[in-house]
Ligand binder design. Structure first.
Ligand code: DON
Length: 304
């Protein structure tokens, strides 16, 4: 299988389609990014890297970091987590407030913002220096010191963070929030503002394609069964109200971010990161989704 040839073909095909979307503007700093950038990096389980386009340019990983924070807390809480957050697809926008009320303060899943805030709150209960330890963890599983928290992006989101602040206080009113809201929000905005390039991001997802073992950290990051479960949650919830569409068109567990990135895994084969800032109305990258759809078509395999 010549992965380099395949991702180059995919890259050129997607570029020729002239797809259009809009960059995220509710975090003003993200609106400053050149929308035409597009990169793909694929990492196989031996650690070989294949890349095309802007695959070495760092970008804001935003919600993709929710997979890293979940991984950090999963084995520390295990089944206890499921008293606080569910694993059902939401069918609603990622920042929905209404849903949290009729679900009585238990977020539908841990990738929508309310659920991710519960995870970051849980992380703050277990780690003394949460922001630093999230960076350390991602550096470890990508095999190098690649993480940079872009302070401008963080502050930009913080100063327009009314919705996440509302969600956090709403969770607190349901007693589903243990730590001070402002402290947890600061950690949350910090991990969303992490910048990485496609290569390092794909490497940081490699353990999920490899039954929980990271060849870059050279250790078991999650048990095989926990790794399988993270993949299941990515497949059903990783793209919010577009999760069904992504499973149908692409057939891989993956996670998107409003910075335009998508990280995905093909279990027992490879991990991949695709980035292009222009988003569809659901907040997912138009080109990244198309690229992954063409990729699984060309490979003639998906999870199914
Ligand atoms: O909390 C937010 O709204 C952003 N920091 C992250 C949202 C996000 O990436 C949704 N993904 N598609």
């Amino acid at each position: 299988m010549d992965y380099q040839e395949i991702i180059e073909e995919v890259y050129h095909q997607v570029q020729n389609l002239n797809l259009k979307g809009n960059v995220a503007t509710y975090i003003p700093e993200l609106a400053e990014v050149d929308p035409k950038q597009f990169g793909i990096a694929l990492v196989d389980l031996k650690g070989n890297v294949y890349g095309v386009g802007d695959y070495q340019v760092p970008f804001s990983i935003q919600s993709i970091s929710k997979v890293h924070t979940l991984t950090m807390v999963f084995h520390k809480f295990d089944t206890q987590l499921w008293y606080r957050v569910n694993v059902e697809p939401s069918g609603n926008p990622f920042n929905s407030i209404a849903q949290l009320e009729y679900e009585k303060g238990i977020p539908r899943n841990l990738f929508i913002n309310s659920g991710a805030l519960v995870i970051t709150d849980a992380l703050c209960s277990k780690f003394e220096r949460p922001t630093e330890q999230i960076s350390d963890f991602i550096n470890e599983i990508s095999g190098k010191n690649c993480v940079n928290i872009n302070q401008q992006v963080k502050n930009s989101e913080k100063s327009h963070g009314e919705r996440n602040t509302a969600l956090a206080y709403f969770l607190k009113s349901y007693k589903n929030f243990d730590n001070p809201v402002e402290e947890v929000l600061d950690v949350y905005f910090s991990h969303c503002a992490i910048e990485m390039n496609c290569v390092d991001l794909a490497k940081s997802f490699s353990f999920l394609a490899n039954d929980g073992f990271s060849i870059f950290a050279n250790r078991q990051i999650l048990s095989e069964s926990h790794a399988r479960r993270v993949n299941a949650i990515m497949l059903t919830c990783g793209f919010y109200d577009e999760a069904g569409e992504f499973a149908y068109r692409v057939g891989m567990p993956g996670k998107s971010g409003v910075g335009g990135g998508v990280a995905a895994v093909m279990p027992h084969k490879f991990s991949i990161a695709v980035w292009s800032p222009e988003l569809n109305e659901k907040g997912n990258s138009v080109k990244a989704i198309k690229a992954l759809e063409l990729l699984t078509d060309k490979l003639s395999f998906s999870l199914f």
